[in-house]
Ligand binder design. Structure first.
Ligand code: X2W
Length: 309
């Protein structure tokens, strides 16, 4: 049914395909169905490429918290689809909007400096609760689609305080342990991570999810790094248009000086640059919508905003 959903949302499910989903969901059928997204050559080529490395090195996918509220079914079916063709994306999600909603309902104004939330202990309990709730929501949605998924809400990121006076309970990641991720994939489950971190002496710290995804990708060195957001890419703050490519070597300095590049956007671009500096030159990061995931992964044309150096 997730293949059906996937293809009906891309508008290419015909009667023959529908019948073959019902009677046969083998890999070859999946490839045949994927042909509706790219050409047979493209799809087969990418599938071969993605399965040529260790399972955990296929992709790191960062999911913005807003997607879990607004687009959970589409997200779950896209991830289920990937798993069905034998792929194990590592998923790391945020929960920014859900935290803000609860804080605002309690009459607390969310406070940020440069896109990073000032996290006092009262805020931290909201942060933890939201991370656990949204993680469970995503895991449940996947399990409902017949995909085994494992919540990983700790044990991966070790951190020091970023700046205790300025941000309070916010971490700067110092170590990434991929053992829980490996174990999850070994057990046949999609690893679903939060960006919570822990100090050496056990204090839980809040970390921006874009930043944690970057630190994770640095260690995993995956073939694909995808940031999913609700806008389907980076939107130019003045023209309102989606930026299709950012070439960091040429554009980073001027981009960072633009008045509309601030807060979370600035932090995201900076983190992606730091990440790409630590990966082979051929690497890139895609910022796309959930609906464009298949297109980004299985076609030459890609989707959304591509960032490279
Ligand atoms: C973030 C973590 C959640 C997050 C926060 O508290 O909002 C810090 O800023 P999105 O949905 O990906 O924005 N942490 C330190 O990044 O979620």
């Amino acid at each position: 049914s997730y293949i059906q959903h996937q293809l009906s949302t891309t508008g290419c499910l015909n009667r023959v395909a529908r019948a073959s989903i019902r009677y046969n969901s083998t890999r070859s059928t999946v490839i045949q169905l994927l042909n509706n997204i790219g050409s047979k050559r493209e799809v087969e080529q990418y599938l071969r490429y993605f399965t040529s490395v260790d399972s955990q090195q296929f992709a790191v996918i960062k999911v913005g918290g807003a997607i879990i509220t607004q687009n959970l079914n589409e997200l779950a079916s896209s991830l289920a689809f990937l798993n069905h063709v034998g792929l194990f994306p590592i998923v790391l999600h945020g929960t920014g909007p859900q935290i803000n909603e609860i804080l605002e309902a309690e009459g607390v104004v969310p406070e940020y400096i440069d896109g990073i939330r000032i996290t006092d202990s009262k805020t931290m309990s909201v942060v933890r609760r939201c991370f656990l709730e949204q993680n469970l929501k995503l895991v449940d949605a996947l399990e409902k689609q017949g995909v085994r998924a494992r919540p990983i809400t700790g044990g991966v990121f070790t951190a020091d305080y970023l700046d205790k006076d300025k941000y309070q309970l916010v971490g700067k990641i110092t170590k990434v342990d991929n053992t829980p991720i490996e174990a999850s994939i070994q057990a046949g489950a999609l690893p679903i991570l939060t960006s919570l971190a822990e100090t050496a002496d056990g204090q839980i710290l809040n970390v921006n999810a874009d930043v944690a995804a970057g630190e994770l990708a640095r260690v995993i060195q995956p073939l694909k790094i995808v940031y999913l957001n609700e806008k389907g890419g980076l939107i130019h703050g003045e023209s309102g248009e989606k930026i299709s490519v950012i070439n960091l070597d040429e554009e980073y300095d001027s981009l960072m000086k633009q008045p509309w590049v601030k807060y979370g956007t600035k932090l995201k671009i900076k983190e992606i640059r730091d990440l790409l500096m630590h990966l082979p030159r051929s690497s890139s990061v895609a910022i796309i919508s959930t609906g464009d995931l298949q297109k980004e992964l299985f076609t030459d044309s890609g989707a959304g905003t591509m960032i490279r150096r």
